[in-house]
Design a protein around this ligand. Structure first.
Ligand code: GLN
Length: 283
């Protein structure tokens, strides 16, 4: 009979070389197998999981030790205080992307605006905006599997009536519709910098990360298509890699010369996204 405390110690030892947070990872995986919270494990270190439970934990631990991200093993990830289903078809939502939601909330207030989320992935940005505001949100993604997950997340969060997800390339699915707010966290990692196994990022879909040679290939295409799709007082929020922010600003300046660009930093103090607006008073 192996106790929870012993099982966690073994799991932590297994993950020591492969994870930056071996104890926390072991806790999350064991809590998942036992269908309990992490705090329950702490309070019940002497309890003895069943043999099948220990084996299930060991299988997850072995995958984690090869680099598979914890979020894929759990099947969910937290974003802006909510849980989102994720799997290997979608990028795992990052904390820095929460800044886009903060900006969107401030801009939308209590107005029922029209929002477009290009490259929605799990739908984390789109569903959160729909949950936090009265806006109606259109999301697009080139991946049918991602759109399936986004729809499921919208349904689980009770916002499916104001979330419309479509499969297609960038803005192609929305035709000539116009929007008050456009958000995008497009693939922006320069191709040569995409991580390799056992880095957990190597398990995420390449088509959600790879932004071409300079990381801006998809943003160039988006900015080509965007001008006729934005209303005069629209706000546009674009997340990118810190070193690519000056290049992205130049692309935006030539595509949207009447808009003002503000470079904004993430929690780590790095230039992370552009806030693009007309600066005209909103009424
Ligand atoms: N922030 C992600 C990373 O650094 C990249 C996300 C993206 O390409 N949109 O791995």
């Amino acid at each position: 009979m192996t106790s929870i405390a012993e099982t966690l110690a073994q799991g932590t030892a297994l993950l020591r070389d492969s994870s930056g947070s071996p104890y926390a990872d072991a806790q999350l995986l064991l809590a998942h197998v036992l269908n309990r919270g992490r705090e329950w494990l702490v309070a019940h270190g002497d309890a003895t999981p069943s043999v099948p439970e220990i084996q299930a934990f060991q299988r997850l631990g072995a995958k984690r030790s090869r680099g598979v991200p914890v979020a894929y093993l759990l099947g969910s990830a937290g974003f802006y205080g909510r849980e989102f289903l994720v799997n290997e078809n979608v990028l795992i939502p990052r904390p820095e992307t929460e800044h886009l939601v903060d900006e969107a909330r401030r801009f939308i207030g209590d107005r029922p605006l029209r929002v477009l989320d290009v490259g929605t992935g799990s739908g984390a940005i789109a569903c959160t905006i729909a949950a936090e505001t009265p806006a109606s949100v259109h999301g697009t993604d080139i991946s049918p599997a991602a759109v399936g997950i986004a729809n499921e997340n919208a349904r689980r969060l009770g916002v499916a009536d104001r979330c419309h997800f479509c499969v297609g390339d960038l803005t192609e699915p929305v035709g000539a519709q116009r929007f008050d707010l456009v958000v995008a966290n497009l693939p922006y990692v320069p191709s040569a910098e995409i991580a390799r196994e056992p880095d957990p990022i190597a398990y995420e879909p390449r088509e959600a990360l790879d932004g071409g040679p300079d990381g801006l290939a998809l943003y160039r295409l988006l900015l080509d298509a965007l001008p006729p799709l934005v209303n005069p007082n629209a706000l546009i929020l674009l997340e990118a890699a810190p070193p690519t922010i000056p290049g992205l600003s130049a692309i935006v300046r030539s595509a949207l010369p009447h808009f003002a660009i503000t470079v904004c930093r993430d929690y780590a103090g790095l230039d992370r996204y552009l806030r693009i607006s007309t600066g005209v008073a909103l009424g």
